[in-house]
Write a protein that binds this ligand. Structure first.
Ligand SMILES: Nc1ncnc2c1ncn2[C@@H]1O[C@H](COP(=O)(O)OP(=O)(O)OP(=O)(O)O)[C@@H](O)[C@H]1O
Ligand SMILES: Nc1ncnc2c1ncn2[C@@H]1O[C@H](COP(=O)(O)OP(=O)(O)OP(=O)(O)O)[C@@H](O)[C@H]1O
Ligand SMILES: [Mg+2]
Ligand SMILES: [Mg+2]
Lengths: 259, 259
């Protein structure tokens, strides 16, 4: 059974995509078979994996409303290798934005992604879902399919306020469509020279003591550079601080999600 | 007639809210009467202006589907002062997310915001619209109401790729609902020590030569701190580099939008 992890926060630019890519690579380095799924119509994860979202013959969208003959074909072809062994990607394209609007009219749409991913339950040890910066139908599907939601939180003023909103949604999902959903915060873009950062981190560690990763991801310009190379930072710059931190995170995730 | 400026980019965390607040303050300092409008259900602009989105009796949402008696009351009460002379705010609250879903079923919804704002056309010289990190119905309304869209762009790999998508939407809006819409890019979170930043900025300045502001907003930790004070950085730390840069931007905007 794959362990499914959603990576979500409606606050923009907090390193959701960077975490999905880097954590995926960290788990693959530990010989885990990993699928990363791009659920954002911006297709940043697809880009970071070296693919071109304008040129793809298939994407995650084709799995949602396949015509009869297409279902089998889409499922067989929508997964692509990344430059790294053990790390595959189910990419996104523009059509994802239109899909979200059509989902609202489908009763029970929350379970659609879980059904689609179930066909790869024995192929992958981990499936990581990169969510868009919103709390719409796409994110609700991801939260319904996941055992855990990893919430990247930048240590800044807005971030702490936005959390209560996201955690309200998580408890909605626990009540309605996924009682087993857990959440865990990850402090990202941490700059130890900045007072606000230090204060917010301390508040988060006190307030969420049992639901926050010990690993803190510091600011590291290598993480800004790696998307342009189409490689995860663990491959592009394996000995930098960020690569080490994401390896440590991968170990924490493995311990936390053990059966 | 108010000049209406939308501040939009679907990429998250590129300083849309920070620019709306700081540019608004810069224009107010030049004796312009300015209204900033929070169109993001995260309500970060509302927070940055020192208001609490959970406690507000009225917000922008009440202007969209007022019950009969409420319309006049909402319009009379939904605008709040900020701590700065000449700068008012029309705040957001959570209900904005649900509003977006209901708009899709309303034919001609794109024009609703323009109609609502027209009642303040002679009250304010400038109306600045802070958009959410998405290209849904709320952003389409803002682009339909605006004379210009200011696109904050962080000098990073994903940002340059996301631009073509946003500019496609802008040309859609120009064809369908707002032929006079112009756009102008603003480089934000610029870090001159970072190679990627320098390269992306040069590419943007070459590629968009006539549609990019000369002012570049550098990374400045004062901008991270000011939201917690409920004051614009021009008030909180008036002599920092960021405050000076946003004042220069306000002058460029005035020149560009002159009748
Ligand atoms: N630890 C870090 N240090 C420095 N830069 C980082 C770090 N993590 C991410 N970044 C950079 O910050 C920017 C935002 O990260 P990213 O795009 O992963 O965030 P996101 O939450 O996925 O954004 P969106 O809300 O648009 O989906 C990117 O340019 C990325 O390269
Ligand atoms: N020039 C700057 N220097 C340093 N920090 C900045 C600068 N501009 C903005 N910030 C900080 O970066 C973070 C993101 O900015 P902001 O929230 O304004 O972006 P946004 O585009 O509105 O995000 P969202 O997509 O979530 O609406 C905030 O913590 C803000 O304080
Ligand atoms: Mg992302
Ligand atoms: Mg914002």
């Amino acid at each position: 059974m794959s362990k499914i992890l959603a990576i979500s926060n409606q606050k923009g630019g907090v390193a959701k995509t960077t975490t999905c890519m880097s954590l995926g690579a960290g788990l693959a380095e530990m010989q885990q078979r990993v699928l990363i799924v791009d659920l954002d119509s911006q297709a940043n994860l697809t880009l970071a994996a070296g693919l071109d979202d304008h040129e793809l013959p298939w994407s995650v969208v084709d799995l949602f409303n396949p015509g009869d003959g297409e279902a089998a074909e889409a499922q067989a072809n929508a997964i692509f290798p990344t430059g790294m062994d053990g790390l595959d990607i189910l990419p996104a394209d523009l059509r994802l934005a239109a899909l979200e609007r059509y989902l609202y009219d489908e009763p029970g749409y929350e379970y659609l992604l879980d059904k689609i991913l179930s066909q790869w339950q024995t192929t992958y040890d981990y499936i990581l879902l990169d969510c868009p910066p919103s709390l719409g139908a796409i994110t609700l599907m991801a939260l319904t399919a996941a055992q855990m939601v990893l919430v990247p939180v930048q240590c800044e003023y807005y971030a702490a306020r936005g959390l209560s909103r996201l955690l309200d949604i998580v408890s909605e999902v626990q009540k309605r469509t996924n009682p087993g959903l857990k959440y865990h915060l990850l402090a990202t873009l941490y700059d130890r020279r900045n007072n606000i950062c230090r204060t917010v981190l301390e508040q988060l560690q006190t307030h969420f003591a049992t639901a926050i990763f010990e690993t803190v991801i510091g600011v590291d310009t290598r993480l800004r550079e790696s998307p342009a190379t189409g490689e995860p930072v663990l491959v592009y710059a394996p000995r930098t601080r960020a690569a080490t931190q994401y390896r440590r995170l991968a170990q924490e995730v493995q311990t936390l999600l053990v059966d």
